[in-house]
Design a protein around this ligand. Structure first.
Ligand code: MN
Length: 513
């Protein structure tokens, strides 16, 4: 898995040669000091690399083309130290294919009241240089993030950090491969969509992968490796002592689950895939009593849970959009403390002002969101082609605020739907032994669920405790897709209007389709 360490963002300072050699030298040394300061702040996950001062159209073009071609570069930060006539940015910005952040900052913090003179003014011109640059970006309809603040201010640095995480996740998505074992669950609309458009717009590629090919990996898994993985399970997770009884059915189910995990891991690694989907109707040979049977004896739910925790994208029932989005959520959240998961709207809990939605899945909930040490259990699961006792991790999730997101295909565009949610303490579920969360969608159950449904949101979504709306705003901006954010201020009437206006906007704005 690529981490932030293998990426960098470039810093390009804008200036011009009008002010003479001394100014050029000062701009350069100030820029270096600022970039160093940002890198040493401890607030930025991705290294900033100073790429020099651009003083002409030719220099801008060169650095933007270089940014496009550099695999490590995930985005460009621009800042205008002096006045930088913006026509010189046109050709370079026309070429730039990487995310852009315009940092409106200034080398010095406060005005040096007693010493300020015209030389100072000629050098420290961000106040109007950044407006000139902003104008050309606006005129060119460029998608970008504008961060305003002093470069030493942790608040400004945090906005840059969010953008860096999103830009790195965006780069990660551009060569993302999602494997689909089996197809979409038959007849389901919301989790399907245009995979060609997804590749053009969102970057990732989705390949059908026959389950028979996965089974070739399953056959090759060595028993000793399975034994070792089972030992890891017993070490990492709470479990009933009888599960370790090698003669028992529970042990056999756990053992087979571990074998499935190793098979999945093997094919994902071999193909360089970053995510996968499963389908409970396609698990290998259909007849488990056939002497030539090669297949999973149960849904590989435990494997999906563990692979998600490791950063593999996952979508159930062929949901490739959620698989890709989960990988992006996980990637953006690397190093953040509270966790993320693929989840499904399971069942409603009408309870006045505390009305909420139980979030779960048959099995596949990521243990990163667990409030306590997960418990490894085996229970009968009567869904799909293989009705069988099935291993899974069982836990409840932390009571805390979070955010959930989904992407749906509206036919003429992708729509990102984001909902702030509040996870609350659930009651025990003694007869529903699955991992789960319980949340109230913002601004309240009635409005939140109503808006989500009006927007055409999925029953699957990608949840995170660590991300904030700003991440999704940056993501939608970079991708150039619609974003609907359901939050504390949402009203149904306002939300409906927003959707109507967006409909017209995306119909007229062909460049965003
Ligand atoms: Mn589902």
């Amino acid at each position: 898995m690529k981490t932030f360490d293998s990426y960098e963002v470039w810093w390009v300072t804008g200036a011009q040669l009008l002010y003479g050699g001394d100014a050029v030298v000062a701009v350069d040394s100030h820029s270096k000091e600022m970039v160093e300061g940002l890198n040493n702040s401890g607030n930025l996950p991705v290294k900033v690399v100073y790429k020099g001062t651009a003083n002409s159209s030719k220099e801008v073009l060169e650095v933007m083309k270089a940014a496009n071609n550099d695999q490590r570069c995930v985005g460009v930060i621009t800042w205008m130290h002096t006045f930088s006539p913006a026509k010189m940015w046109i050709h370079g910005l026309q070429q730039l294919r990487k995310p852009l952040l315009h940092f409106h900052t200034q080398y010095n913090a406060e005005i040096p009241w007693n010493d300020i003179d015209m030389d100072f003014m000629n050098l420290n011109q961000s106040a109007h240089g950044d407006r000139e640059f902003g104008h050309i970006c606006a005129r060119m309809r460029l998608r970008r993030k504008v961060v305003v603040g002093h470069w030493t201010d942790p608040e400004a640095q945090k906005h840059i950090a969010v953008w860096q995480r999103v830009a790195a996740a965006w780069a990660d998505a551009q060569d993302m491969l999602i494997l689909r074992f089996g197809d979409q669950m038959n007849n389901v609309a919301v989790t399907d969509g245009d995979k060609v458009e997804a590749e053009q717009r969102l970057g990732y590629h989705v390949d059908y992968t026959p389950v028979s090919e996965l089974m070739e990996h399953y056959k090759r898994v060595a028993d000793a490796d399975v034994d070792a993985l089972v030992a890891t399970y017993f070490k990492e997770y709470d479990h009933a002592p009888e599960l370790e009884d090698k003669a028992g059915e529970g042990y056999q189910k756990v053992w087979n689950s571990a074998k499935a995990e190793l098979a999945l891991r093997s094919i994902l690694t071999e193909k360089g895939a970053k995510g996968f989907t499963t389908n409970f109707d396609d698990l290998g040979t259909n007849d488990i009593n056939d002497p030539k049977f090669v297949g999973f004896d149960q849904i590989p739910g435990l494997a999906s849970q563990r692979l998600m925790a490791e950063g593999y994208g996952f979508g159930a029932e062929g949901d490739w959009k959620s698989a890709a989005l989960y990988r992006t959520v996980w990637f953006m959240s690397q190093g953040l403390p509270k966790g993320c998961s693929f989840l499904e709207d399971y069942t409603l809990n009408f309870n006045g002002k505390e009305s909420s939605i139980l979030q779960s899945h048959m099995l596949e909930v990521c243990p990163l969101i667990a409030a306590e040490r997960p418990r490894l259990e085996v229970h009968f699961l009567g869904i799909g082609i293989r009705k069988s006792p099935t291993a899974r991790l069982v836990f409840t999730s932390k009571p805390d605020n979070g955010i959930t997101a989904t992407v749906v295909d509206m036919g003429n565009r992708f729509r990102l739907i984001v909902n702030d949610v509040k996870c609350i303490e659930p009651k025990p579920l003694p007869k529903l032994p699955v991992a789960s969360a319980l949340w109230i969608p913002m601004p309240d159950f009635e409005t939140g669920a109503g808006a989500w449904i009006l927007a055409g949101g999925t029953h699957h979504s990608c949840f995170s405790y660590d991300l904030t709306p700003e991440y999704w705003e940056d993501y939608a901006e970079i991708a150039g897709i619609e974003m609907l954010h359901i939050n504390k201020d949402t009203t149904i009437a306002g939300f409906k209007n927003e959707m109507r206006w967006n409909e017209v906007y995306y119909m007229l704005n062909k460049s965003l389709q």
